[in-house]
Design a protein around this ligand. Structure first.
Ligand code: SF4
Ligand code: SF4
Length: 65
């Protein structure tokens, strides 16, 4: 299970990048992407997915499944 970023809604603010406990979020070709192989949905690290928690745009960091 992993989260994804809805690129069409992302403002590329960068807030999520450094909140990820697994360094799963990075900028690629001027858009932020989540590496599904690194994303754990923050299990064991936080009570809620931190990318979603800090993202200023609602429903932009969402479950990929
Ligand atoms: S859900 Fe957690 S582990 Fe996955 S990308 Fe977001 S901050 Fe990183
Ligand atoms: S916090 Fe949200 S709007 Fe900002 S870069 Fe991450 S996904 Fe995009």
């Amino acid at each position: 299970m992993a989260y994804k970023i809805i690129a069409s809604q992302c403002t590329v603010c960068g807030a999520c990048e450094f909140e990820c406990p697994n360094a799963a979020i990075r900028l690629k070709n001027d858009i932020y992407i989540i590496d599904p192989k690194k994303c754990t949905e923050c299990e064991g690290a936080f009570d809620a997915p931190q990318c979603d928690a800090v993202c200023p745009v609602p429903k932009t960091c969402v479950p990929a499944g």
